[in-house]
Design a binder for this molecule. Structure first.
Ligand code: FMN
Length: 363
């Protein structure tokens, strides 16, 4: 019932959100013919997932309907992602949503990826929009609204062949789907838990995570990024206590860390498969591409009723990463790992996004 009510009011919420994000911006000055469409496209782009919900993107929009996408290095997770690989993956997910949203509104897109480094002020991608008379596809926008990370336990049933085919065909060279009940699946589950546990007790990673925790309603609604109690699945009385009586610093306390490890054990034991995305080459445009693939898989999983949960600690904790990489892929680099599995009910997305004007400059 709750889901039905949510689905019924979702279009209204989007309209309200868009009208409040796009029109009050001081930075939107250029006399763009398609300004409203571009605001809408950028809002949908920002619904992409990102590591710690850091939303590390910036864009510049030019009067010829060109959008230049940048990585926002000030949002880099220096401890767990020192090379900015996950930052570029997040910007890639944003670029994928941008592409889907533009196509849904009848624009053809030409996307050029630039091989830029994390410390360069250079752009990551340029997107040229060309308005066409192609029919609009609002159902694709709806898919972007419904995509979410799910951290609940999933069914352990094996992923059906037909669904496996749909997921792997997104990028057959980059994607491996490992059944959770196979020896490799059990190996990944074990290593995920080990990696999570190591990182959960690591002081500098704890500090970094705490800096992205948004516990109070005030913080959640003013910052509109980071990890919220609802986002990390702390609901009911627990959610009430965290929202009202805890500070982000409390996430470093032993009891909080231990409950995270217990939760992770349940998560790794309750899934139907593991998605691994790997690349052959190592540069920013490859990582952007991984982000585009990740976003498409997450969207596809939502429509197949498959929960999708990125678990990238396995690639952030170096000794574990080496071991897993050597065993699972040869001559390639694993860049993204997620557990997937069927769910009975798909909860609505809860994580916040910053308004379009906070990351956009209209030239
Ligand atoms: C590169 C990348 C790495 C991520 N790693 C993790 C992770 O290790 N654990 C986790 O629970 N979520 C992870 N996430 C999911 C993000 O936390 C999530 O996308 C963000 O909080 C926004 O929530 P949403 O996906 O529901 O919109 C990752 C996402 C990305 C793009």
């Amino acid at each position: 019932m709750k889901t039905l009510i949510f689905l019924a009011i979702l279009p209204l919420m989007s309209v309200l959100l868009l009208s409040s994000t796009c029109h009050k911006s001081e930075s939107i000055k250029a006399p763009l013919e398609h300004k409203n469409d571009i605001c809408k496209i950028l809002h949908y782009a920002s619904l992409a997932g990102s590591s710690h919900n850091s939303q590390p993107w910036k864009v510049e929009v030019f009067p010829n309907d060109s959008i230049v996408v940048f990585a926002d290095a000030s949002r880099l997770l220096k401890v767990v992602d020192p090379k900015g690989i996950e930052l570029f993956i997040s910007v890639g997910a944003f670029t994928e949503n941008l592409d889907i949203a533009a196509n849904s509104l009848g624009y053809k897109t030409e996307i050029t990826l630039h091989d830029t480094g994390i410390n360069s002020a250079g752009s990551v991608a340029s997107v040229k929009l060309v308005k066409t008379s192609l029919p609009q596809k609002p159902e694709n926008l709806k898919e972007l609204e419904l995509r979410t990370t799910l951290r609940i336990p999933f069914d352990t049933m094996e992923i059906k062949n037909i669904d496996r085919g749909k997921l792997v065909s997104i990028a057959p060279e980059n994607i491996i789907l490992v059944p959770s009940n196979s020896p490799e699946g059990r190996f990944i589950a074990k290593k995920e838990l080990e990696a999570y546990t190591i990182q959960a007790w690591q002081k500098d990673a704890q500090d970094e995570l705490a800096s992205w925790m948004r516990f109070s309603n005030k913080d959640v609604n003013s910052k509109r990024d980071g990890l919220t109690p609802a986002g990390i699945g702390i609901k009911g009385i627990g959610g009430f206590v965290v929202r009202n009586f805890m500070k982000p610093e409390d996430s470093k306390k032993e009891s909080f860390v231990k409950s995270g490890v217990e939760k992770t054990q349940k998560q790794v034991e309750n899934c139907g498969g593991w998605i691994i995305i790997s690349t052959e080459k190592e540069d920013a445009s490859e990582w952007i591409n991984v982000g585009r693939i990740y976003e498409r898989i997450n969207i596809q999983c939502r429509s197949l009723n498959l929960g999708f949960h990125p678990m990238n600690q396995i690639i952030e904790v170096q000794p574990i990463y080496q071991e897993v990489n050597d065993k699972m892929v040869s001559g390639r680099k694993i860049r993204f790992v997620a557990r997937i599995g069927y769910v009975n009910e798909y909860p609505a997305p809860v994580s916040k996004r910053r308004p379009v004007e906070s990351f956009t400059i209209f030239r």
